[in-house]
Design a protein around this ligand. Structure first.
Ligand SMILES: *Cc1c(COP(=O)(O)O)cnc(C)c1O
Length: 489
């Protein structure tokens, strides 16, 4: 048989097409089929959500756990798919949808975001360029505008919705590199300032952006925050040595300790020395929706670039970050590109096209999963939830400070704190390692741990929208229960 059918007659070609159509149409189930599958899908989702109340937050994989996701020529039922997902994905590991998730930085999972994704996926609108979906692009840009307003940026600002903070910071670093015209030959004299508490995604971004040979200065800290006097000193010293200070990266809510660098002072220094000022607000940014957060994050609008994660503080499901920049024109210069096959798209349009502000061309219609819950619930419950999380972290701290034998970190500035059990006996690092293992084995709540100044600590991070007083009380109860069980051995 000829592979491309070049010698077949028209009738024979038509026969082939018709034979294939029968099978290929299986990709597009009809109304009755869809109704059946949608029903099964929704029942599954409901059972999952209803199970959250009493369910575990962490379940270690059982011995011999070996998940399999077969792909075969023949179809399988939706029921068999849902069973596999339930047993092999949903039942094992950390359950980020649970209000007991108090580790790392908890993610969200608002149900209406899933509906937003559903709408975006069914219509499959392409929102990279305005020409393709004027409405969809306006929705994306409206989300960016809303985020820029939260940060306090003016009309020159802009940005892009990304898959998360890591891709957002990578785009920020590339924007900074291009805006300051850092050329290859200068990289070894170019200096970047951050702290030992800067999230590791910043280092990854610098590496990927071709800046791994820059000089990276870890500025000294006090109370886990960048010391602005030291920053000024280090910059002056670098200048005196003929180096080229380029960028300072501050944190508006560090992952480990949940604290905010002195944003205003760093901003002053950045301006004085003409540095690109980047602020990582991936975790802390949405506290700007609260009055308290506005005070603590004062100065964030001085930044040239900010990253903020809607899949953290706006409680969206994973896959939602954002880069915001003070000057959208500079981001455009760094990211846009022209190709002949895109010529239809280059109509002068009232809206910037997301593809011109991002490395992505084809992309997920991310704005929909953000707008649907915001519109549906209104902003007020988000503000309330964020303020509630701040109070819950403080409440946890106060309660723990009333217990004997706990060493506490600083009073939570946002919704993260760290602590360790410190009975009069024993080796404390080992005791706390044992304690975290016992809590994770129990599984009703999930804490994570970290090492700070060489010591082993447990960490509490309150940011899941399903975390309320009940879960914090349970966490305290479990903590007391497990410490009592730990004898001197
Ligand atoms: C989570 C986090 C990041 C990384 O963001 P991803 O969305 O996980 O890629 C960066 N910085 C801080 C402070 C974070 O909390």
């Amino acid at each position: 048989m000829m592979v491309n059918g070049g010698k077949l007659k028209k009738e024979e070609i038509l026969d082939r097409i018709k034979a294939l159509e029968g099978l290929s149409q299986l990709l597009d189930p009809d109304k009755t089929e869809r109704a059946k599958m949608s029903h099964q899908m929704l029942s599954h989702a409901e059972a999952f959500l209803e199970g959250l109340g009493e369910g575990l937050t962490y379940t270690p994989p059982p011995d011999g756990f070996n998940p399999q996701f077969p792909i075969e020529e023949n179809p399988a039922s939706i029921q068999s798919i849902l069973e596999l997902v339930k047993d092999q994905v949903e039942a094992i590991g950390i359950n980020p949808a649970s209000g007991g998730h108090l580790g790392y930085i908890p993610g969200g999972g608002l149900v209406p975001s899933a509906w937003g994704d559903f709408l975006a996926d069914i219509s499959n609108r392409y929102v990279g360029i305005h020409f393709a979906s004027p409405g969809g692009v306006t929705l994306e840009n409206t989300m960016i505008r809303w985020l820029c307003d939260i940060v306090g940026y003016d009309r020159e600002s802009g940005g892009t919705l990304t898959s998360g903070g890591s891709l957002a910071i990578l785009t920020a670093v590339v924007n900074a590199r291009d805006a300051h015209n850092i050329r290859a030959a200068e990289i070894p004299q170019t200096v970047i300032y951050l702290t030992a508490q800067t999230h590791h995604c910043a280092h990854k971004a610098l590496q990927i952006a071709g800046l791994r040979e820059c000089l990276i200065r870890e500025v000294p800290m006090s109370e886990f925050k960048m010391d602005s006097h030291s920053l000024r000193e280090v910059i002056s010293e670098d200048l005196a040595n003929g180096l080229k200070p380029f960028m300072v990266m501050a944190s508006a809510g560090t992952t480990e300790a949940g604290v905010v660098d002195p944003l205003l002072e760093i901003g002053k220094i950045a301006r004085e020395f003409n540095l690109w000022y980047h602020i990582d607000a991936a975790y802390g940014g949405f506290f700007l929706l609260t009055d308290y957060g506005k005070q603590v994050l004062k100065g964030i609008n001085q930044a040239d670039s900010v990253i903020i994660d809607p899949h953290k503080g706006l409680f969206l499901p994973y896959g939602s970050g954002a880069l915001l920049v003070k000057n959208a024109a500079k981001l455009y210069q760094s990211q846009h590109y022209f190709a002949n096959y895109m010529q239809d798209a280059i109509h002068s349009s009232p809206e910037t096209s997301p593809a011109d502000l991002s490395p992505e061309l084809s992309r997920h219609f991310r704005g929909m999963r953000m707008w649907v819950p915001l519109r549906l619930f209104g902003v007020a419950p988000f503000r309330a939830a964020l303020e509630e999380k701040l109070w819950l972290a403080r409440y946890f701290y106060i309660r723990l400070s009333q217990e004997n034998d706990f060493e506490l970190g600083p009073y939570p500035e946002l919704s993260v704190t760290f602590f360790r059990y410190k009975p009069p006996w024993g080796h404390w690092d080992a005791i706390n390692r044992k304690l975290i293992n016992a809590i994770q084995e129990d599984g009703r709540v999930f804490f994570s741990s970290t090492t700070l100044n060489g010591k082993f600590y447990l960490r509490l991070a309150v940011l899941n929208f399903r975390t309320h007083l009940k879960q914090i009380d349970l966490a305290l109860e479990i903590l007391m229960e497990k410490t009592k069980l730990m004898g001197e051995d």
